[in-house]
Design a protein around this ligand. Structure first.
Ligand code: CUA
Length: 346
């Protein structure tokens, strides 16, 4: 794509594929535009009125022609659809080992959290060559997370999580935009993505604030909000134990079976009565307004840490601690040193 500088750099695993599809659509458009213009001029000259008295021969259509001009464009658009859908499916299915980054958008900034605990505003540091999954939500209106060099653009919607993943392939500094008009300072809702070499990234992580990993903060919040009074780890509480819950199938009181993913966990924190687990009473109060979106994702990371899985970045937790005194023990998580410039605060 070097010859076409109107394209941004190709810096993710999806970039080339998206570009090929885009070029295909441009090619189809150009071919049809030129063909239609040529036909207009050719017919205008070839079939022009030659005398005042000329009356054209009546024709009654051509089945063959009509089928051809219906079936051929249909075929071409189905190629676009199939091709686009296959890229969409790939972008929607993150690999299991993808690093989770949480993004909370608000008027007018991007707030990003790493599982290791680093928080950033309008800046994102990620390592090259490792898949990253973004779980995103908004605190107010619809925004759109757009990194042209990655060919990644995903709406960020209040009240739900949207996800997208990619693997950065080239170290560098890339633009981050909001691509959905979201108010006065929409055009200022921009930032930078830094794709770093593995060792530089590790250094950057180590230089972060010593505020603990997301799951540790979530565990603290879990205690502060007194969740631990009912959700006891040994299952003796009035509410279900959350140990091993993440990604498990859950039988609900109304007979449905759902998978305990991030969206379910979020809903159960903010609207506990929406999906009540079979065998339990709808006792839990809503935490809407008591915990913000950034707190919710920390709680989710904490709950995920109760179901350790290889390569998810979730810190395993010592589940033998007595209920109410959770002490998450991070393993393989770099302990950041104190003092740095990463913005904090909720
Ligand atoms: Cu946020 Cu536009």
């Amino acid at each position: 794509m070097e010859l076409l500088h109107i394209f941004p750099e190709q810096a993710s695993n999806f970039a080339a594929e998206v570009d090929y599809l885009y070029l295909f659509m441009i090619a189809v458009t150009v071919v049809f535009t030129l063909g239609i213009f040529a036909a207009v001029f050719y017919f205008a000259i070839r079939y022009r009125r030659r005398s005042e008295t000329e009356i054209p021969v009546a024709i009654h259509g051509s089945m063959l022609l009509e089928i051809a001009w219906s079936v051929i464009p249909f075929g071409i658009t189905m190629v676009m659809f199939g091709w686009g859908a296959s890229i969409f499916f790939k972008e929607s299915r993150p690999p299991d080992n993808a690093t989770q980054i949480y993004i909370v958008a608000k008027q007018w900034m991007w707030k990003l959290q790493h599982p290791e605990g680093q928080r950033e505003i309008n800046e994102l540091h990620i390592p090259v060559g490792r898949p990253v999954k973004f779980t995103m939500t908004s605190e107010d209106v619809i925004h759109s997370f757009f990194i042209p060099a990655f060919r990644t653009k995903q709406d960020v919607v209040p009240g739900r999580y949207s996800t997208v993943w990619l693997t950065p392939t080239k170290p560098g500094k890339y633009h981050l935009f909001c691509a959905e008009y979201c108010g006065t300072k929409h055009s200022g809702m921009i930032g930078w993505v830094y794709v770093m070499e593995q060792n530089q990234y590790q250094e950057w992580l180590n230089g972060g604030a010593s505020m603990g990993s997301m799951s540790e903060k979530g565990g603290k919040l879990f205690d502060d909000l007194a969740c631990s009074n009912c959700h006891k780890q040994d299952g003796s509480g009035r509410c279900p134990s959350l140990v091993g819950l993440y990604r498990k199938h859950v039988q609900l009181a109304d007979g449905r079976v759902i998978t305990a993913d991030e969206a379910y966990l979020r809903e159960s924190i903010l609207q506990p009565s929406a999906k009540v687990v079979a065998g339990f009473q709808p006792l839990m109060p809503t935490f809407q307004g008591l915990v913000n979106e950034e707190g919710v994702v920390q709680l989710i990371e904490y709950i995920k840490s109760l179901s350790p899985m290889p390569g998810t970045g979730a810190a395993p937790v010592n589940i033998s601690t007595p209920a109410g005194e959770f002490k998450p023990i991070p393993q393989g998580v770099a302990q950041p040193a104190p003092g740095n410039s990463v913005p904090k605060g909720r």
